[in-house]
Design a protein around this ligand. Structure first.
Ligand SMILES: C[S@@+](CC[C@H](N)C(=O)[O-])C[C@H]1O[C@@H](n2cnc3c(N)ncnc32)[C@H](O)[C@@H]1O
Length: 316
């Protein structure tokens, strides 16, 4: 079994030659007309078929009419409905990477909490998180519930959400009763609007590839109302070396770093911090964690791994 969440890029790739500016950083100097180039870049699907642009791919996959889009989402959720509710299931057979994933996420989260929410450390702030596309609650159980007083989970696949509800029930929890999973929303991201001002962090991991570009922008734009003042989004995702890779089986796309940055710009979000996942198996897509704010950060933090991004290797 495979799904694009952790599956690597097709072995045969031909890079297109659009003049992408190499020094694009997502900050106050970013110019829309430069970053838009990333959207014009070509990509491929999981069979190695090439598309000249993301636009061409989206036109084919979801078109203009609602019925094709409905089918895109029905097949995406349908794929996950056939997957076992286990760590191995939600990680496409790569359950063994869960510890490394949680370890790096925890270091990233710790940095954010101490920099942005300083009162969090001495428990003076009641912290609330939303785990989007939560699956069986792996991220909540192993990470978020230890740091946040309340965590809400959003997941469109009911058997995943029920497994999460069970494993996060107070009697199955190792955390104190000051920490709990509160709400379990069985809806897809493209149909969700959070309660105003509820969340310190909205965590979106390995699920945004299911959303079309339009719904990506619309979701983050809507979801800003769900953040408390000073709150932020964390997006952890697979990264394509160039352009995008479409997975026809689970109806998702893996976007490049530039592609993401262009979408962040369209959402009116600012990149506060970015980090590469370390200790990752060679055969998998590279993974990045982005922290995004609604206000322009005073300073853009960049945490670089020793391994250079976009080096010429299959897994990137
Ligand atoms: C690879 S799993 C990741 C689960 C979890 N985030 C984790 O890291 O363990 C992808 C998840 O995205 C969910 N998903 C699929 N389509 C979605 C959508 N439109 N909105 C929100 N979640 C979706 C799937 O049901 C699945 O639980």
């Amino acid at each position: 079994m495979h799904n694009s969440i952790l599956y690597s890029e097709p072995l045969i790739r031909k890079d297109f030659t659009f003049p992408v500016s190499k020094d694009l950083t997502f900050n106050r100097n970013t110019q829309p007309n430069k970053t838009r180039i990333s959207m014009q870049k070509g990509g491929s699907d999981s069979d190695g078929r090439e598309f000249k642009s993301a636009e061409e791919m989206w036109r084919e996959q979801v078109g203009e009419d609602q019925s094709k889009k409905t089918e895109w989402y029905r097949e995406g959720v349908g794929y996950w409905e056939g997957v076992e509710a286990s760590t191995d299931g939600v990680l496409g057979g790569f359950g063994h990477v869960s510890d490394a994933d949680v370890r790096d996420s925890e270091a990233f989260l710790n940095g954010l909490l101490s920099e942005l929410l300083p009162n969090a450390a001495n428990s003076q702030r009641h912290l609330v998180a939303l785990d989007c596309g939560s699956g069986i609650g792996r991220v909540t159980k192993n990470l978020l519930i230890r740091y946040f007083n309340e965590v809400d989970l959003l997941e469109p696949v009911s058997h995943f959400l029920e497994t999460a509800r069970e494993s996060l029930a107070p009697e199955n929890q190792m955390v104190s009763d000051m920490h709990k999973a509160t709400n379990f929303f069985c809806v897809p991201l493209q149909e969700f609007t959070p309660e105003a001002g509820r969340y310190d962090i909205i965590w979106v991991q390995w699920c945004i590839g299911h959303l079309t570009d339009d719904d990506f922008v619309s979701f983050f734009t809507r979801a800003k109302v769900g953040l408390k003042p000073g709150g932020l989004f964390v997006l952890k995702e697979n990264i394509a070396r160039n352009g995008f890779v479409l997975d026809k089986e689970d109806r998702s796309i893996t976007r490049s770093d530039l592609y993401f940055k262009e979408l962040f710009r369209q959402c009116g979000l600012h990149l506060y911090k970015i980090k590469d996942q370390k200790g990752w198996p060679q055969e998998l897509f590279a993974v990045k964690i982005y922290a995004l704010t609604t206000e322009l950060p005073k300073k853009v933090h960049r945490t670089r791994s020793k391994v250079q991004a976009n080096r010429p290797a299959i897994i990137k």
